[in-house]
Write a protein that binds this ligand. Structure first.
Ligand SMILES: Cc1cc2nc3c(=O)[nH]c(=O)nc-3n(C[C@H](O)[C@H](O)[C@H](O)COP(=O)(O)OP(=O)(O)OC[C@H]3O[C@@H](n4cnc5c(N)ncnc54)[C@H](O)[C@@H]3O)c2cc1C
Length: 420
């Protein structure tokens, strides 16, 4: 349907009701397929609930930059640092971490940034039809993303690390000084000397509610969402997939695994090894300050971000390598709240709520997107990591194109699910 071609309707099951799964379900549904989404949790209630809500077109920078290996001891010693790693999880994480180190070489960083920028460039266009259909326009504003720096040293380090990469990948940005920062954000304390402003970044006022609205649009149009956890997955002689859950069994022609950080467990059910782990991140919700901010602001030295949202101000931060199951460690996010009061005028530190989420992350920071070779009808749409909220609809549109036999307009070889 997307380009006027006829698609033969099939039975599809999407595993996971985060932004990746729900967007995929919507794009498959637009082609006329009968789609069921399976998730033990309500739509948009996991990682897609609590992120910073940025259509993060600027974000081609990887988690690991050159020298990451030297920083591992510090990551282990300081659990409240910007990048932290738990001792107990180290043996499990070793292959992922080694690959992360390999991907921190400058040529790999460049290649991975280019691969991601291809998806980022189309992200907003892939969002638009879903927003229009769900009547969710009021959840977006075009505020851009302002990253501010107090010190010359941090600003220069950012420029050295990132500007070359941003230019190669065609990111849009402006470098700003003291006066421009003050004009744009009078609600910031006057301590910031420099900023980089990503002009084309869009902002969501509530990513969780957006995913819920998309899910509601999907069910209104005849889609099914079942609150079930997938426990087994296997192909059968009749060419169909059997999907066992904690409640029942489903059959489908098409299966899309979009289970975020848990996709590794689903992949294991069919003997596929994904090098996918989780970079956990945190947020705290706070009351809006006066006069407040006009857009999302990232604090360069400290590495946290503050976003004005529908239900208050969201301060988020953290990359914690500790697996999906370990209990949260709120020390770093709470420290960041204390710091934010000296950067934002009238900011109150009373915590309205606190949250931890699990980014589905690959060590090359490249998503896992496409068909599994020799497993007809099986697809993956995950690994969005820091840009997973941005890329959900792009994942969905590309998967729907593959299912329909249309050209997705992207060479998918770098994203292959079987690349490890
Ligand atoms: C602090 C923080 C800030 C962030 N900020 C941004 C941002 O500004 N912009 C951006 O683009 N991205 C951001 N991200 C990343 C983004 O939130 C994620 O990449 C994205 O939400 C992942 O979506 P998903 O659908 O893949 O996973 P999820 O939203 O986690 O959904 C996966 C679903 O799979 C389900 N599932 C698990 N196991 C099973 C099973 N066995 N059977 C059925 N279902 C199962 C889970 O219950 C879950 O609902 C941020 C992340 C964090 C933590």
């Amino acid at each position: 349907m997307n380009d006027g071609t006829t698609v033969s309707p099939r039975k599809a099951v999407v595993i996971g009701a985060g932004i990746a799964g729900i967007s995929t379900a919507l794009y498959l549904q637009r082609d006329g397929h009968a789609v069921t989404v399976l998730d033990p949790e309500p739509p948009g209630s996991m990682t897609s609930y609590g992120n910073a809500g940025l259509i993060a077109t600027y974000a081609t920078i990887p988690t690991a930059t050159p020298g990451i290996l030297m920083r591992v001891p510090k990551m282990l010693m300081d659990p409240s640092g910007p990048l932290s790693l738990r001792w107990s999880y180290l043996p499990h994480l070793a292959p992922w971490l080694l690959s992360l180190v390999r991907n921190s070489a400058p040529d790999r960083i460049r290649r991975n940034a280019l691969v991601k920028s291809i998806l980022l460039n189309r992200a907003w266009n892939d969002y638009k039809p879903l927003i229009a259909s769900a009547k969710a326009d009021e959840l977006f504003y075009a505020g851009g993303m302002l990253r501010v720096f107090r010190t010359e040293a941090a600003f220069e380090a950012m420029k050295t690390r990132e500007l070359g990469l941003m230019d190669i990948t065609g990111r849009q940005y402006e470098l700003l000084g003291v006066d421009e920062i003050r004009q744009m954000e009078p609600g910031l304390e006057p301590v910031f000397q420099h900023a980089i402003f990503s002009t084309d970044t869009r902002n969501m006022r509530n990513p969780g509610r957006l995913t819920e609205l998309f899910a509601a649009d999907f069910t209104v149009k005849g889609g099914t969402i079942e609150q079930e956890a997938v426990t087994s997955l296997s192909g059968s002689a009749d060419g169909k997939w059997r999907i066992g859950t904690d409640r029942t069994e489903h059959n489908a022609d098409i299966v899309v695994v979009a289970a975020g950080a848990w996709s590794t467990l689903i992949a294991r059910m069919i003997g596929l090894r994904l090098l996918l782990d989780t970079e956990r991140g945190y947020h705290v919700m706070l009351s809006p300050p006066t006069p407040g901010l006009n857009r999302s602001v990232h604090f360069g030295e400290e590495g946290f971000i503050v976003c004005p949202m529908e239900e208050g101000y969201r301060l988020s931060t953290g990359v914690e390598l500790a697996g999906v199951d370990a209990p949260p460690d709120y020390r770093r996010i709470r420290r960041a709240v204390g710091q934010a009061t000296s950067f934002i005028k009238g900011f109150d530190t009373i915590e309205k709520s606190i949250w931890m989420g699990r980014r589905p992350s690959t060590p090359d920071t490249v998503p896992i997107l496409g068909a599994v070779p020799n497993r007809g009808g099986l697809y993956f749409a995950t690994g969005g990591a820091h840009i997973g909220m941005t890329l959900g609809p792009t994942f969905g549109r590309i998967i729907a194109d593959l299912v329909a036999g249309r050209d997705p307009g992207v060479d998918l070889s770098p994203y292959r699910p079987d690349r490890w």
